[in-house]
Write a protein that binds this ligand. Structure first.
Ligand SMILES: C[S@@+](CC[C@H](N)C(=O)[O-])C[C@H]1O[C@@H](n2cnc3c(N)ncnc32)[C@H](O)[C@@H]1O
Length: 308
């Protein structure tokens, strides 16, 4: 699935220059395309649609947080924390005697996360802009490392997860959510199939390339974590409704599906006319999923657990 659009140098500048609190540490060279992607339109869109994205992810988030089981007083690192939804959840759970460090490469999303932390008055939470694969973290010795869809974007995942393991106390827990294969995720495939007739044919995607489906194969996840030195690795399937909009709000659901997710990536550089045609087709395809509780389709994830 194509992801990279902006050139790498801009990302380096964004990371190095805007955040004066970040300790000097070079991002991993191979991560430059993803860093650029999340600092460009994608990061801005996620920041703009934060409330809608969080509502969409809320059922899966509850499952992941329950499995992570953060305790009062714990030190937690949230990898690829984005606009901070789970930083806030984790901070409330660890309470004022604990601490939460969100780490993300995206300046616009980190800014949104920091504003939300300040508004919530959660002094135990902070966000650092850094490449989680290589960054010098503000603190180490975490009890829990958590991520909601923020760890599938590393060019060298085994090296990245070895670096992440070194941020943990011995025996500390890892819990992250990542997407199962595209075909098991109707919330991606229904909009995608509706839009496909209007889009140029796509070359087959490299299933291990950095991107939302890089960890779709559970054996690959196990292998990456084992190579990185994590122990007691578990990979469990979970499903939950992804609520894309309120009941009857087909326009809202179609707008959402064309701006976030697999279809949004394909549409990124399309003409406005194509965009409008795809949106109309997606709107019709979502009609069948409009129910009294809203417009919702199934999302399927792996909940991955391990110990440092
Ligand atoms: C799919 S978004 C998920 C964001 C957030 N966890 C959520 O659920 O709303 C993926 C996030 O991973 C971040 N990311 C990608 N590569 C990263 C890296 N090398 N280090 C830290 N964050 C990264 C992106 O900037 C983005 O915020």
């Amino acid at each position: 699935m194509p992801v990279a659009r902006a050139p790498a140098p801009r990302a380096r500048q964004a990371i190095g220059q805007k955040d004066h609190r970040m300790p000097a540490s070079e991002p991993v060279e191979g991560n430059a395309a993803q860093i650029a992607y999340w600092n460009d339109r994608a990061g801005e869109t996620w920041a703009e649609l934060q409330a809608r994205i969080d509502a969409n992810f809320s059922a899966l988030t509850a499952l992941a947080l329950e499995a992570a089981a953060p305790q009062a007083g714990e030190r937690v690192i949230d990898i690829g924390c984005g606009c901070g939804a789970t930083v806030l959840d984790l901070a409330r759970r660890v309470g004022p005697t604990g601490s939460v460090l969100g780490v993300d490469v995206s300046e616009p999303m980190a800014a949104r996360a920091r504003a939300r932390i300040a508004a919530a008055g959660l002094a135990q939470a902070q966000v650092q802009v850094a490449d989680a694969a290589a960054g010098a973290f503000d603190w180490t010795g975490a009890d829990l490392m958590f991520s909601r869809f923020g760890v599938m974007f590393f060019a060298e995942p085994a090296a990245a997860f070895a670096h992440l393991r070194r941020q943990m106390r011995p025996g500390g827990r890892l819990l992250f959510a990542c997407w199962r294969p595209l075909a098991e995720n109707p919330w991606f495939t229904v909009p995608l199939e509706a839009g496909r007739p209007f889009l140029p044919p796509q070359p087959p995607a490299d299933p291990t390339a950095p991107g939302p489906f890089a960890f779709a194969d559970p054996e690959r996840v196990r292998q990456v974590l084992a190579t990185a030195g994590w122990r007691e690795i578990g990979v469990s399937p979970r499903e939950a409704p992804m609520r894309m909009a309120d009941a009857d709000d087909l326009d809202g659901a179609a707008a959402f599906a064309t701006r976030v997710g697999a279809l949004a990536r394909l549409l990124a550089d399309s003409e406005p006319e194509t965009h409008r045609a795809v949106k109309r087709a997606v709107r019709e395809a979502l009609r069948a999923h409009d129910g009294p509780d809203g417009i919702a389709l199934t999302g399927s994830v792996w909940l991955v657990s391990a110990r440092a």
